[in-house]
Write a protein that binds this ligand. Structure first.
Ligand code: COA
Length: 333
């Protein structure tokens, strides 16, 4: 190690895992009062993936993690830190990340979860970035994984059409050098005063194990769609500008934007406000819907595999989610 050169958090590998089962808008239309055209027009979503009974968040996360490690040419035993961002954990505790550690046999790693709902991956990336840049750890596995299908109310047409299941993972490796590479910076924020916008109102700590809460649908996602839409666009613009200004970049410097895949109209509106060419904005929401914490790493993995993201590109991540939480990250790939 050369003590004069700063530490960097470089992207060593990325991978994703999507459950096989596809649920199309047309299939949903058979079950609830909705239609394919409405869903496509209002959200951009055409289908989403649904986890099988055997596939919990840790199962999806482990698959994605394996793929990211293989892309990085690393073994699980090389990993110092595993962070899983999820709001649909296997159980209340232990952390889903501990199940992933066991499954991958990453015996050296410290493993824990982060709950920032849709913003989870950028929050987790931010934590890993600090550990690598301070020199504390060398290799981090950051995963976003969700089985949203277990916490959506399949009778509520305003929410169940939006969400899907999946996992995405990124391996970060510490390096040293004067040329800035990898995660340039992350910017994360919260506003608990807006916690009512998207929430699961019931929980073990609040309601106990309660059949009344089950009956009232309190363990499902509740959302004020319209209000969330407006604040989402505003926060995405704000935090993206913050990340660009922090690094002395303008929107023209960005090669690829990988936004949280919540709603195609939210993505378009944010890109418009930022005055970013829509051709630079990557979206796969039509195939997977909103996979919460998994959406950014799933999209990053696909954009990289398709050659949309190339070595040397400046990539902007932007996200907003329940909490309220929001964040952005800039990566020199
Ligand atoms: N199918 C058909 N009609 C539906 C419907 C569905 N799945 N869901 C709602 N509607 C109806 C409503 O009942 C309403 O009918 P009304 O005018 O007769 O009352 C009408 O469509 C408009 O509803 P509204 O809620 O105003 O629609 P919208 O344009 O705001 O779109 C969302 C709804 C949920 C798609 C949109 O608000 C949204 O995406 N919000 C952000 C959600 C989000 O991304 N959350 C996660 C952030 S991380």
């Amino acid at each position: 190690m050369n003590s004069t050169l700063p530490f960097q958090a470089e992207i060593a590998g990325i991978g994703s895992y999507l459950p096989e089962k596809v649920l199309t808008n047309s299939e949903l239309q058979e079950k609830i009062d909705t239609n394919d055209e409405w869903i496509r027009k209002r959200t951009g979503i055409e289908e989403r993936r649904i986890a099988s009974k055997e596939e919990s968040s840790s199962v999806l996360a482990s698959q994605a993690g394996r793929r990211a490690l293989s892309a990085a040419n690393l073994e699980a035993g090389d990993v110092d830190l595993i962070i899983v961002a999820t709001s649909s954990p296997d159980v209340l505790f232990p952390a889903t990340a501990c199940f992933v550690q066991k499954e991958l046999a990453a015996s050296r790693a410290v493993a824990f979860d982060i709950t920032a709902v849709c913003s989870g991956f950028v929050f987790a990336l931010s934590v890993a970035e600090q550990y690598l840049k301070t020199g504390k750890f060398e290799t981090a596995l950051v995963i976003g994984s969700e089985v949203n299908s277990r916490i959506v109310n399949w009778k509520d047409r305003s929410t169940c059409i939006l969400f899907g299941d999946g996992a995405g993972a990124m391996v970060l490796k510490r390096s040293q050098g004067s040329e800035r590479k990898g995660v340039l910076s992350t910017h994360i924020h919260s506003d608990g005063n807006r916690s009512e916008l998207i929430r699961v109102p019931g929980g073990i700590g609040r309601t106990g194990v309660s059949s009344q809460a089950v009956e009232n649908g309190e363990y499902f996602i509740h959302m004020s769609g319209n209000a969330t839409f407006k604040i989402a666009v505003q926060k995405l613009e704000e935090v993206s500008r913050e990340a660009l200004a922090h690094n002395g970049f303008s929107t023209d410097d960005v090669d690829v934007v990988v936004p949280h895949q919540a709603n195609r109209r939210i993505i378009d509106a944010a890109a418009e406000r930022l005055d970013i060419d829509k051709g630079k904005v990557f979206s796969n929401i039509h195939k997977y819907g909103n996979t919460s914490a998994a959406s950014i790493p799933i999209a990053l993995a696909e954009a990289y595999e398709k050659g949309v993201i190339k070595k040397g590109n400046l990539v902007l991540l932007m996200v907003v989610g329940s909490g309220l939480t929001w964040g952005a990250g800039l990566i020199r790939w």
